[in-house]
Write a protein that binds this ligand. Structure first.
Ligand code: HEC
Ligand code: HEC
Ligand code: HEC
Ligand code: HEC
Ligand code: HEC
Length: 276
């Protein structure tokens, strides 16, 4: 509801008051309406069987959190209940297993390419995992390295190679955390960390591109390279930390010194100052 007309002078007082009330009431409704604005959600939320079962898991997913709704993945017309699922309106339906990487890969382009050229991608449709084997389809969450675990990764082959990948990545992750801890502290103290932030961002991008190729040797060699770069960054930050700590101690000595001097001065004056 557009409420700006209330600012014009030609609305009678009583009416104006009624309209202001209406505007206030309609504001939260607008917000709620936006959340369930698509006809997909309206109709599917009301369903019981398999059409309704997907809604709740989606609501707590990282996709819902980032505004990626039913029609962003499945296509279709989110504004027209009658033609919502018409192929003529771009409805894609449920992807076949072999179409899933392309389906998700419309948005996750780099990961799709890494996956397709990996041992997993080459085994697509022949017993290899697709994106949803590891991430799910509606209840997709922000990733952690816990996705690599014995239960999930030994369904089709021994866990060994997966474990090696995980070990390398866990160590890199630990170094990231250490550096981030220091950076957060510096930021809290108002230090300019932009250069380090940038370097960390670029290392992180390379790191997150490592997994989907599932190339154990490459993950290991790239990880040790990244770990070297991270160790250098950490060392620089540690030095800076020490310098700042020293400066703080020096600062404390200066202040303490000044206080002692003031006290001495006061005592001296007290002793010799009033000999009038
Ligand atoms: C007026 C009701 C209604 C609307 C609007 C609607 N759907 Fe559906 N949809 C259904 C029903 C009913 C089914 C069948 C569910 C079942 O099999 O239990 C279905 C099935 C589906 C399926 C599975 C199709 C298959 O081949 O198995 C998908 C995917 C889907 N809908 C997505 C969407 C999307 C995306 C939108 C919005 C663009 C949408 N729906 C809008 C009622 C609706
Ligand atoms: C991130 C992309 C994504 C989003 C968002 C998404 N879906 Fe799906 N959906 C998929 C994929 C992939 C499959 C097929 C793979 C599978 O069966 O797990 C699927 C399968 C389905 C099915 C068939 C389920 C079955 O048991 O056969 C229905 C119905 C459906 N989706 C409806 C919806 C509705 C309604 C929404 C919005 C609440 C939605 N989807 C949001 C990716 C998505
Ligand atoms: C064998 C299991 C597996 C398969 C198959 C898989 N993933 Fe992943 N995915 C993972 C793991 C494990 C991570 C976490 C790696 C990390 O922390 O960098 C991840 C991370 C991600 C991320 C987050 C990357 C980032 O930058 O933080 C996205 C997005 C993603 N996968 C999407 C996909 C898509 C799309 C596909 C299909 C083309 C796919 N995944 C196939 C296991 C898998
Ligand atoms: C319409 C675009 C779109 C489609 C299609 C899509 N995603 Fe996403 N996905 C996003 C956005 C946006 C985010 C949140 C921002 C981010 O982390 O990149 C996200 C986040 C993710 C994450 C979490 C990444 C992280 O940082 O931890 C995973 C995993 C993921 N998507 C997997 C999938 C899978 C699997 C499919 C197919 C079933 C899929 N996505 C389809 C847009 C999409
Ligand atoms: C649905 C079955 C399936 C699942 C689940 C699965 N894989 Fe695989 N994986 C395969 C197939 C098939 C191959 C190719 C044949 C082989 O090397 O064993 C493969 C190969 C690999 C390779 C060797 C790649 C190479 O180039 O030599 C690694 C590493 C790997 N997978 C890691 C993982 C990890 C990590 C997970 C769990 C996050 C996982 N896999 C889950 C099916 C699966």
């Amino acid at each position: 509801m557009k409420c700006s007309f209330l600012q014009t002078g030609d609305v009678p007082h009583a009416l104006r008051f009624a309209f202001i009330l209406l505007c206030m009431l309609s504001f939260p409704l607008d917000v709620i309406a936006q959340e369930t604005a698509t006809v997909c959600l309206q109709c599917h939320s009301a369903q019981t069987g398999r059409g309704g079962m997907v809604v709740q898991p989606w609501k707590t997913s990282i996709h819902a959190e980032n505004g990626i709704s039913c029609h962003d993945c499945h296509g279709g017309d989110p504004k027209d209940a009658v033609n919502a699922m018409s192929p003529a309106r771009g409805f894609l339906g449920v992807p076949k297993e072999t179409d899933i990487p392309a389906f998700c890969g419309r948005c996750h382009v780099g990961i799709r390419d890494d996956y397709l050229q990996s041992a997993h991608g080459r085994a697509l449709g022949k017993g290899g995992p697709t994106c949803v084997t590891c991430h799910g389809s509606h209840d997709i969450k922000k990733v952690t390295l816990e996705l690599i675990n014995e239960k999930s990764c030994s369904r089709c082959h021994p866990y060994e190679r997966a474990a090696e990948i995980k070990a390398a990545m866990v160590e890199t992750e630990r170094q990231f955390m250490s550096i981030e801890g220091r950076l957060a502290r510096f930021k809290g103290e108002g230090v300019d960390t932009e250069a380090t932030d940038k370097e960390l961002f670029s290392i992180r991008n390379t790191y997150h591109r490592l997994f989907h190729e599932v190339n154990t040797n490459r993950v290991k060699s790239e990880s040790s390279k990244l770990q070297g770069e991270l160790a250098k960054l950490d060392h620089i930050l540690q030095k800076l930390d020490e310098q700042r700590a020293k400066r703080k101690i020096t600062g404390a000595f200066v202040i303490a010194g000044a206080l002692v001097a003031a006290l001495l001065f006061y005592l001296l004056r007290k002793t010799y100052g009033n000999d009038r």
